[in-house]
Design a protein around this ligand. Sequence first.
Ligand code: MLT
Ligand code: MN
Ligand code: ZN
Length: 303
Amino acid sequence: VHVVLLGTAAGGGFPQWNCWCPSCATARSSPDIAKPRSQSSAAISADGIRWFLLNASPDVRDQLKWIGSRPSGTELRHVPIDGVLMTDAELDHSVGLLLLREAGRMPLITTAAVSGILDTDSRISTTTRAFSEVPWTMLPLDAEVELTQRDGRGSGLTVEAFAVPAGPPRFSPEAAHGHTVGFTIRQRSRNAVCAFVPGCGDLDATLLDRLRQAQLLLFDGTFWKDDELIALGIGTRTGRQMDHLPMSGTDGSLERLAALPCRHRVYTHINNTNPVLVESSPERRAVAAAGITVGEDGMRFEL
Ligand code: MLT
Ligand code: MN
Ligand code: ZN
């Protein structure tokens, strides 16, 4: 399976338009050591030609340059995306669906809870359907589902959704179970397994057991420390209260991911305040020393 990181920042991107925190300021003054990043999303493909998006970010139009797919013949319109999978219906993961409305047809693959939020709370799918067909495939929890190409053929990839510890989006306080999930993507013919978990409030033993099966693990890298926004004076809630397990600390993600055998462990959905975004920072060195990668837009993996 081919995996491309289309965007690796949390909501707002890096630098965020209205932010002058130390890392955003560094991204503006020294982008060579604090690379700008777009909002988190990834693309997966069995053949490197036909793709599925994992989340659809507000930056999707620019992000599609990373898959660089062109028509094989003389057709004037070419849609290299066979469907959009979403881990949740947060705005940074779903606004891009609206921006793909020129497709004519864009299959959506989500849990029932995520589809409910997109249909009735944010109305992102409802609004997109005024322009484009958006057929929906329901993802059950804890069951492997084949991903089908636009032409009806099997893609060679499967996805399994699993619930992760997190609350619903702010605009959907009543959302049903399954509103926030991670994905295990498999390409059976190659024994390839990738786990995609861009938002996660805790890592318990069951979840760690699941994640250890992956050769490539893409995990929530929102905050370095739990009180990051409070310490900067720009927020009132901790990372955990916002359903993002911080990297540092005794039960932070860094220590737990460092103990997993996965070949590649990569942080994505990194908030603009996170000091690991500055390559010369001690926090970045700590992540590197643990054998973990700080994701960058355009990074590619082949399993
Ligand atoms: C999150 O990751 O917690 C949400 O995307 C928050 C937001 O939309 O600002
Ligand atoms: Mn987010
Ligand atoms: Zn900032």
